[in-house]
Design a protein around this ligand. Sequence first.
Ligand SMILES: Nc1ncnc2c1ncn2[C@@H]1O[C@H](COP(=O)(O)OS(=O)(=O)O)[C@@H](OP(=O)(O)O)[C@H]1O
Ligand SMILES: Nc1ncnc2c1ncn2[C@@H]1O[C@H](COP(=O)(O)OP(=O)(O)O)[C@@H](O)[C@H]1O
Length: 643
Amino acid sequence: MAHASDLISDDIEAYLKEHERKDLLRFITCGSVDDGKSTLIGRLLHDSKMIYEDQLAAITQASKTAGTTGDEVDLALLVDGLQSEREQGITIDVAYRFFSTDRRKFIIADTPGHEQYTRNMATGASTASLAVILVDARHGVQTQTRRHSFIADLLGIQHLVVAINKMDLVDYSQERYEEIVAEYQEIAGKLNAPDIRFVPLSALKGDNVVNPSEAMDWYRVDGKQGPALLELLETVEITHDQNLRDLRLPVQYVNRPNLDFRGYAGTLAAGVMSPGQKVRALPSGKVSTVERLVTWDGDLEAAYPGDAITVTLEDEIDISRGDWLVAENDEVPLATSFEADIVWMHETALEPGKLYDIKLATRDVAGKVAAIDYQVDVNTLEHRHADHLDLNAIARCALELTAPVPVDDYRTSPGTGSFIIIDRLTNITVGAGMIHRPLESELPYEFREHDSKASVVWNRTSVTQAMREQLNGHAGKCVWFTGLSGSGKSSLANALEVELNRRGYHTMLLDGDNIRHGLCKDLGMGEADRTENIRRVGEVARLFAEAGIIVITAFISPFRADRDAARALFDEGDFIEVHVDTPLDICEQRDPKGLYQKAREGRIADFTGISSPYEAPPQAEVTLKGAEHGQQELLAQLIKRVI
Ligand SMILES: Nc1ncnc2c1ncn2[C@@H]1O[C@H](COP(=O)(O)OS(=O)(=O)O)[C@@H](OP(=O)(O)O)[C@H]1O
Ligand SMILES: Nc1ncnc2c1ncn2[C@@H]1O[C@H](COP(=O)(O)OP(=O)(O)O)[C@@H](O)[C@H]1O
């Protein structure tokens, strides 16, 4: 290889060592072949001597036959040649090219042409610190310039270099250059990127790419001629881009080679981690102290973003893959829904409501796009309504997950604030997203353990309620009967189940008499035991509903607070309270089991309605007048409220 450094042939070890110390700039080039993108990349590789000598010989030869540059070497052939090579193999949309100078190492993400631009650009830009946006000096700012700038900005790239190319074709005109700069300033006003620079160049002739241009000595910054594009790439300050304020370690896996060692391995996404530091595990909220930072090359005193480390903690706390370690005082909201910008990357459109796998840092969780707030027209930057997203669409959406996750803003922590969307059937990545803000955050950790809803609903199963429901063809829910003994609960609940079954619904009936022979056989009829009875029934009902089943319960459940506690286990609309409102005297007349008589005679204690209270529901979803209508009529009233 014709690299500048003689060390390669003299002392390869020393060369590699030198390389290791250099920092790395990842950047993306945006533009089409027409803008001179391939020529520019070819020029950077050529002038920094990162071309194999045989490659150079080959393109010199090819330039003479196929090139478009007369006697000069057509550097575009180099890149295009690599490109066609690439296209023969498995299709990868982004080519990464490497080159280095004495000051820095570079990785260029080169995304081909116009086609499928958004998907490719988003992939290439996701790890880039800088974007070179190519503008043809003859045409000035174009629709695609706007599009490229917007996408780079959306992905949080902080440094934009607008490379105004083909200056040789406008006679190296300073006036033309300034016109384009002024045109671009209009776009710049709408972008978040704090650092936007302009370079006039000719990739073909080599002006201002690696060496300052003699033809454009008017191009000066701070009174000095230049900088050429390469100097700019070599000197742009990127260390400040890293988030060192917060601390984020998404756990990739738990390393437990033997009983004496338990380490949490992952790549530090933000912050500086060091032994002695207090950390909090999310989502559990448990706190511990960093003991060691273990790496292949020995323990570290401090780890920085991008470092792959294994952390050991002073306490044994329960941490699994997908959990995060953050600084004790970092406030990270936990939420099941958040707002995000999504880039759709697949031919099959995104459908709101469809369940996908969402991979967020190292965590996998099922979720759906609950709503598309608006789609952005990438050419005009206008917002418009959309009910689905086609390939390459970009939209602001509301996502809902089946479990709460820690939510970071992409702009402050790109590593933890971004996610990919995977089709559950094909396992293909179909979209990527950048989180904006949580929508409904959970209670702070210290309160969460007392929140029964949080602890019951959010388990870590991969098959979710929505998937079970999809398989069953209907949603799971609970129809909760309440009423006095003899009011008609059991008969109605039974009739309802028969009818639902006839209509093809999956059901389960939990009846007071039956449950009290098994699950609750240890419980009596005192107040505390009835409360415990209803609590257990509520939990079991919740599990059945989660299995995608319509669960019907028939218990006196005389206390309002107990029924409300059961209701709280369900999502709104999934708990239908049915009050079988039959007056006590009618129930007593019916007395099918002779219990009222026994109660009156004092042979049964705590009998509901006689010696124990019944608190009627003030606002049941359905009230059935058990003494006024026959069973068929009551069933007809009920069924239309249930399905
Ligand atoms: N003291 C007392 N009070 C009320 N009911 C009694 C009592 N002792 C036994 N039984 C029989 O138990 C059935 C009620 O059980 P539940 O589990 O529904 O009661 S509760 O919800 O826990 O209050 C109830 O069934 P139903 O008549 O079907 O309601 C009675 O048959
Ligand atoms: N709508 C109704 N009209 C008349 N009798 C009814 C009605 N619903 C139920 N019954 C009768 O009332 C008695 C008690 O009904 P049941 O369903 O066992 O009540 P619960 O489960 O509330 O104790 C049964 O003999 C049943 O046939």
